[in-house]
Ligand binder design. Structure first.
Ligand code: GCW
Length: 705
């Protein structure tokens, strides 16, 4: 009896590694054994060896990753051999610079997977192309697709696919909610955290090919000789994964660390300083990507300090890069204090500069005109600067979308922007076509996502936040993919392959962003969140460092109605859009309800297309939005048996927070706006049980120092 119990114990302990809790570290690259034995047998038959044709460093990574992946998925090693073995079926990896893979400037990253005789061949025009092909192949196996007869060609639509880290030298992350920075500056360059490699793998697996490693509110320190050595060490980890390193630069660096009297871009010594700095960087990091710049924005120095323009600044840096293969990404996120409508500022400063930027300069524009709100109309600069390549900047970190506490899947938001029709060159002039360069025949194109990654074991704090990192990469590669397709892929690789559970999770993810908008900023409300922290509701905020940091500046609630009049009667920001867009959005009857209060001051009793008055529609959205979080909780509860227990519990707890805070938002907003509308909460909804004064105490507590 004792012996039997002992044996049983041994069996249980022996099996333990298989059912250990999932801490999320492996992201979507789990490579767990394919559960279906028949499928496993088929995969094993198709992958008896791997062979590759060269010594390219990224190609080597591709072969190693394929070996690693297949070893896990198939439960047996797959040998790397010098030559295909006639009698066996295997996978050949090949760089072929002249391979016919369609796509524009970005096609050197493209790949083809096809059958050649009995073997599967992954062809790329570069090592990176093969690496992306390998990840695509592994994805087939991870999601349970057949390999036989596989014929896949894919090229990224956008050339520069970057993560932007807002990480500071002291280890903090601006707007980061997943712990501290993953970069350990005090350990570099001697000590390389293995996590850097895992980070590079994750990025490469979704096609990201560049990382700006530091905050755009940049420290000059990164340009010192000491830090260049550290950056060089990081670049060395990224290189085998086809990833280039970029730096955010502090405009006043020539003064602060260079000992010059000025940082004027037209000053000869300043020009020389930057040129020498760029040579230093390229000497140590031959594939250095280039510079990202936030200048004359939110207190950062810039060329305007010397009476120069953004173009003067950007072009000087482009010249400093000289013959090196690098670019300058100059951010258009600018807004001076005291303007009547912040919405118009970037446009007014940048549109006149179109055509004056050097060829290596891209202007980086946020998806919307204000600042990463839960829903914004597309930025009016898209389509308005045809002579300048524009990088689309989106935020993966959830600054205004509930941090790492709320489950909000962002692919629908990214796509909403990409799919928006600027109509600047007739119908179909989408933001996506501006960004990929096809609308205006640009040679270079870029997209950037502000990272949601930190030192938390699971990288993103909220386990479901991983899907946003994943979705950003997949859309940067191919923005025609649907949000649901991406969510399905991610869920199958990360959470479960059980079809019903996958469908449930994908449904929750796909609706989550709309739900968030409903309980926070429905009908086009924006910028009514907690001051500075950007969390929780604070629609009553009327005093701040600047008027355009308050909430009342944006919602303009009064006894008549709600919303910012941006028509010709108001700020006329609408005039920045093409005539077709103006026509649709300029009339409250045809303006999509989602953007209504972005452009119109609407009467409380005004009937909307839903048949309800503005007030009733507003209240209905706040209530149904908050109720939908209960729906999310129920749906999530239903997949418990199919999802790792620890991960399930983690998300369950965060959904609890989300529910509580959705009620906070709802009550704060309906009670506050009710002081203007003077109307009852419409049936069937019950009025909040707390008062506005109660709610205001909550906010104060939250912001207590
Ligand atoms: O979203 C706002 C943030 C700032 C940020 C700024 C920017 C990096 O609140 O924290 O600074 O935008 O994008 O420059």
């Amino acid at each position: 009896m004792l012996l039997r119990s002992l044996l049983l114990l041994l069996v249980i302990v022996g099996a333990a590694p298989l059912c250990r809790a999932d801490d999320g570290y492996r992201l979507w690259l789990k490579y767990d054994l394919v559960a279906d034995a028949a499928q496993r047998t088929q995969y094993r038959a198709a992958a008896q060896f791997i062979s590759s044709n060269g010594s390219d460093v990224v190609l080597k990574t591709a072969a190693a990753e394929l070996q690693r992946g297949l070893q896990g998925l198939l439960g047996q090693p797959v040998p790397l051999v010098a030559k295909a073995e006639g009698a066996k079926r295997g996978i050949l990896l090949a760089i072929d610079p002249s391979a016919n893979i369609s796509g524009g400037a970005a096609s050197k990253d493209g790949y083809r997977i096809s059958m050649q005789g009995r073997n599967l061949v992954v062809t790329g025009r570069s090592g990176a192309g093969v690496l992306y092909g390998v990840y695509a192949l592994l994805r087939q196996v991870q999601t349970g697709q057949p390999l036989a007869g596989l014929n896949l060609t894919s090229s990224p639509r956008i050339q520069y696919r970057l993560l932007n880290h807002w990480d500071n030298p002291n280890g903090t992350v601006e707007r980061g909610y997943a712990g501290s920075s993953i970069w350990k500056w005090y350990e570099l360059p001697q000590l390389l955290d293995p996590r850097y490699t895992d980070y590079a793998r994750a990025n490469a697996s979704i096609g990201i090919n560049g990382v700006a490693i530091n905050n755009v509110n940049a420290s000059a320190r990164y340009l010192t000789a000491e830090y260049i050595q550290k950056i060089k060490a990081l670049a060395g980890v990224m290189r085998p994964y086809g990833i280039r390193v970029y730096l955010s630069v502090f405009w006043a660096a020539p003064k602060v660390i260079g000992g010059l009297k000025t940082s004027d871009p037209l000053d000869a010594q300043v020009k020389q300083w930057w040129a020498a700095k760029s040579d230093d960087l390229y000497k140590e990091i031959p594939d250095f990507g280039g510079f990202l710049v936030k200048a004359n924005s939110e207190g950062e120095p810039g060329p305007q300090d010397y009476g120069r323009t953004h173009a003067d600044g950007a072009n000087m840096l482009a010249t400093a890069l000289g013959a090196h293969d690098g670019i300058v990404m100059w951010r258009a996120f600018v807004y001076k204090a005291g303007s009547a409508d912040r919405f118009k500022q970037a446009y007014e400063e940048f549109k006149p500069l179109d055509g004056t930027f050097a060829p290596k300069v891209l202007v980086q524009v946020k998806n919307g005109p204000i600042d990463f709100q839960a829903r914004e109309p597309f930025h009016p600069l898209f389509g308005a600067m045809p002579k300048t390549p524009l990088v689309l900047e989106v935020q993966i970190t959830q600054e205004y979308l509930g941090f790492a506490s709320h489950l909000v899947y962002l692919a629908p938001m990214f796509k909403e922007c990409l799919d928006s029709d600027t109509q600047t060159k007739g119908p179909g002039s989408t933001v996506a076509k501006v960004v990929d360069g096809s609308l205006d025949q640009h040679r270079i194109s870029g997209i950037a996502g502000v990272a949601n990654i930190g030192s938390d074991r699971n990288w993103t704090g909220h386990p479901m936040g991983q899907a946003n990192w994943y979705a950003f990469g997949r859309l940067a590669w191919d923005y025609t993919l649907t949000s649901k397709a991406i969510a399905t892929e991610w869920t199958r690789m990360t959470l479960t392959r059980e079809p019903q559970a996958v469908a449930t999770i994908v449904d929750v993810m796909d609706r989550s962003r709309d739900i968030y908008v409903r309980y926070t900023t429905p009908l086009g409300l924006h910028h009514i969140m907690g001051q500075n922290i950007h969390y929780g509701p604070e629609p009553w905020l009327a005093e701040a460092g600047r008027p355009d940091w308050t909430a009342v500046y944006y919602h303009k609630a009064d006894s008549v109605g709600l919303g910012f009049d941006r028509t010709a009667r108001g700020s006329n920001a609408l005039s920045l859009y093409s005539p077709g867009v103006q026509q649709q959005w300029g009339d409250p009857k045809t303006c999509p309800l989602n953007y209504l209060l972005w452009f119109h001051h609407v009467g409380w009793r005004q009937p909307l297309s839903t048949g309800r008055t503005l007030w009733n529609e507003l209240a209905t959205r706040y209530y149904t939005g908050a109720d939908s979080v209960t729906w999310m909780q129920q749906r999530w509860a239903s997949v418990k048996p199919q999802v790792d227990a620890a991960l399930h519990a983690d998300v369950t707890a965060r959904l609890d927070i989300q529910r509580r805070e959705a009620l906070w938002w709802r009550d704060a907003c309906v009670l506050y706006f009710q002081t203007f509308s003077k109307q009852p909460i419409p049936a069937p909804f019950a009025p909040p049980t707390r008062t506005l004064a109660d709610i205001k105490t909550l906010v104060n507590l939250y912001q207590l120092k």
